[in-house]
Design a protein around this ligand. Structure first.
Ligand SMILES: *[C@@H]1O[C@H](CO)[C@@H](O)[C@H](O)[C@H]1NC(C)=O
Ligand SMILES: *[C@@H]1O[C@H](CO)[C@@H](O)[C@H](O)[C@H]1NC(C)=O
Ligand SMILES: *[C@@H]1O[C@H](CO)[C@@H](O)[C@H](O)[C@H]1NC(C)=O
Ligand SMILES: *[C@@H]1O[C@H](CO)[C@@H](O)[C@H](O)[C@H]1NC(C)=O
Ligand SMILES: *[C@@H]1O[C@H](CO)[C@@H](O)[C@H](O)[C@H]1NC(C)=O
Ligand SMILES: *[C@@H]1O[C@H](CO)[C@@H](O)[C@H](O)[C@H]1NC(C)=O
Ligand SMILES: *[C@@H]1O[C@H](CO)[C@@H](O)[C@H](O)[C@H]1NC(C)=O
Ligand SMILES: *[C@@H]1O[C@H](CO)[C@@H](O)[C@H](O)[C@H]1NC(C)=O
Ligand SMILES: *[C@@H]1O[C@H](CO)[C@@H](O)[C@H](O)[C@H]1NC(C)=O
Ligand SMILES: *[C@@H]1O[C@H](CO)[C@@H](O)[C@H](O)[C@H]1NC(C)=O
Length: 503
């Protein structure tokens, strides 16, 4: 009896401790870094971009040595991954797992701040054959961390596709595909006992696309909805104003369906494509901008979800770069926030969301040729930028947009600015042996648009709003300040209206 009581007390303590930790934690926005680019920037360029954009959390799809080295001492927290094609070896042999950890983690930690390992991506939905060894893969990797005394600093988990959750609306009725229970139950036990989190990929874009018009676009884009357009969970009477929250809550409910109530959700992927094929009409710059801008504000505002108001749901945006060599529909290549040269695909409106990705929306700076610079040195720097510097100088060719005025100074100004932005405006990237200087004046003229120019009003960039530069960590509202997203007015009168046709 005493033992039972003790067990009960320690269970409740563990439960409240874990949820309290998640409540206290400042939520963060991270970014996934896919590498299917024909001109993948060098790791040092990637890190320069991350720093300039104040991105402090990234997820890699592997444990690339070059990236982990470039990320050392950067202040950026890194989630690495065991790619699916290495899973079988690791899940079958604890020594293979130990070797993986020693080569990819121990060799880089602590100079590279690795905080999590995602062991396999969407394995249960894309690689069902590997299901039987998924749990042992996580356990072997974790044992190797324990042996290196790193298991407290580095969490081990695996990412799930949201399609694993069946009947996801209403969220209170959601459950995991029951045929996978033999894997899910020990997996969740592992996550619970190690204080790890459930990694979930949430794609309202696909939910919206597959709903054949049943899910309203605004509901998918996290746009403000009139109360009668919100979706109501008939069991809990909770109102949902966006797919993202509903899906995260569905995951909480699916876990509690298996009696796991204290595992936090971490969203490892979400986003919206900015371009698509003709049959993907909602993959647009405006929608991608709206989704990601709303998402960042929503996550950093510590709104939580209706089921767990105020509880951090940290989220990694998919993804840093457009991946031009991805196969599939055009949208597959266009989930990125940036082009390979470091130019933003669109400028988000993040006013009031803190400092993440804020640099683009702040005063724009450009790199140009210093007044009175030596012409020969300028020419040499121009040649270098368009050569070894890997700047795309095609706009300077005869007949192209920035060919006129056809002189060294004008051409160099373009190339310097392109290099500066390609390097994420990092320190020392606008110098060129002293002939370059930073300016706030947009040198774009006519159809010649300089890299980093917000003057592109062709729909590629939206109006810029100055953000708060204050750090999110110190600024995020405390739990006490939180106003529930469930507006009380809606508890009256609107319940009858609320059910969307697709429930
Ligand atoms: C692997 O497992 C075996 C038996 O289960 C154990 O003896 C051995 O110490 C383990 N090795 C590592 C590296 O954990
Ligand atoms: C990693 O980042 C976290 C959060 O900023 C910090 O608490 C921790 O000390 C860092 N670890 C290392 C090894 O730098
Ligand atoms: C549930 O999982 C099984 C095994 O992977 C799969 O065959 C089945 O199609 C899934 N069911 C649904 C409704 O997705
Ligand atoms: C969850 O707990 C309830 C009550 O203790 C029990 O009846 C049920 O079988 C459990 N479900 C699972 C999946 O373990
Ligand atoms: C934006 O980038 C510039 C150039 O790299 C840097 O000096 C500046 O501090 C950045 N702005 C913020 C808010 O970090
Ligand atoms: C901008 O849009 C106009 C018409 O809307 C078009 O003629 C022009 O070529 C576009 N410019 C660029 C740089 O795409
Ligand atoms: C941007 O918005 C401001 C204020 O809403 C407006 O005054 C300005 O004209 C807009 N600029 C552009 C280029 O649309
Ligand atoms: C932009 O720069 C100017 C001049 O440095 C400064 O006065 C202004 O406050 C800045 N605006 C923002 C939004 O940072
Ligand atoms: C940033 O924080 C400081 C101190 O908390 C505050 O005085 C200032 O108004 C804040 N600035 C913005 C733009 O929010
Ligand atoms: C952020 O939260 C505050 C209070 O919790 C709320 O008033 C505000 O509308 C929220 N902003 C956004 C963009 O969600």
């Amino acid at each position: 009896m005493a033992a039972l009581l003790l067990l009960f007390i320690s269970l409740s303590l563990a439960l409240s401790a874990s949820l309290a930790a998640a409540v206290d934690e400042a939520p963060f926005i991270g970014v996934n870094i896919g590498t299917d680019l024909s001109d993948m920037p060098h790791p040092t360029q990637v890190v320069a971009l991350l720093k300039a954009q104040q991105i402090k959390h990234v997820r890699l799809y592997d444990a690339d040595r070059g990236m982990l080295t470039a990320l050392a001492n950067s202040g950026i927290q890194v989630m690495v991954s065991v790619p699916n094609d290495q899973l079988l070896g690791i899940g079958q042999s604890n020594s293979t797992a130990a070797n993986w950890v020693s080569k990819n983690i121990v060799a880089h930690y602590p100079s590279t701040n690795i905080t999590a390992i995602c062991v396999g991506s969407e394995v249960l939905t894309t690689l069902p054959n590997a299901a039987p060894i998924l749990v042992s893969s996580l356990k072997y990797i974790n044992s190797a961390l324990v042996a290196s005394n790193l298991d407290r600093q580095i969490k081990v988990s695996t990412s799930f596709a949201s399609s694993l959750i069946l009947d996801s609306f209403p969220p209170s009725q959601a459950f995991f595909n029951k045929s996978l229970n033999p894997v899910m139950v020990p997996l969740l036990s592992f996550l619970q006992s190690t204080g790890s989190y459930l990694m979930l990929n949430v794609y309202p874009y696909y939910d919206y696309m597959q709903s054949n018009g049943v899910i309203p676009l605004d509901y998918a884009l996290l746009e403000p909805l009139p109360p009668n357009k919100e979706a109501v969970d008939a069991n809990t009477l909770v109102h949902y104003s966006n797919v993202f929250d509903a899906m995260v809550d569905a995951a909480y409910f699916a876990m509690s369906d298996l009696n796991f109530t204290n595992i936090p959700v971490l969203v490892t992927e979400t986003g919206w494509p900015s371009k698509g094929d003709p049959n993907e009409p909602d993959a647009t710059l405006d929608n991608a901008n709206t989704y990601n801008s709303n998402l960042i504000r929503h996550v950093l505002n510590k709104t939580g979800t209706p089921k767990h108001p105020g509880m951090a749901v940290s989220t990694y945006i998919y993804e840093l770069y457009n991946e031009d060599t991805k196969s599939g529909p055009l949208s597959e290549k266009n989930w990125g926030l940036f082009n390979a040269n470091g130019e933003p695909v669109y400028v988000m409106n993040l006013a009031g969301s803190g400092s993440v990705l804020a640099n683009d929306t702040a005063n724009q700076t450009f790199c140009t040729v210093k007044d009175g610079a030596d012409r020969k040195m300028v020419q040499a720097a121009l040649d270098w930028a368009c050569g070894a510097g890997k700047v795309d100088c095609s706009a300077l060719l005869q007949g192209q947009t920035c060919y006129e005025p056809d002189n060294v100074i004008a051409h160099a100004a373009y190339a310097f600015d392109a290099y500066y932005h390609q390097m994420g405006k990092g320190p020392g990237t606008c110098d060129f042996k002293g002939v370059a200087t930073v300016t706030t004046t947009d040198p774009s003229h006519g159809t010649c648009v300089y890299p980093g120019s917000g003057g592109k009003q062709n729909g590629t960039m939206v109006n810029v709003t100055a953000p708060s530069m204050n750090s999110t960590a110190s600024d995020s509202p405390g739990v006490g300040d939180h106003h529930s997203v469930i507006r009380f007015t809606m508890l009256f009168g609107l319940l009858a209206l609320g059910l969307l046709a697709w429930l």
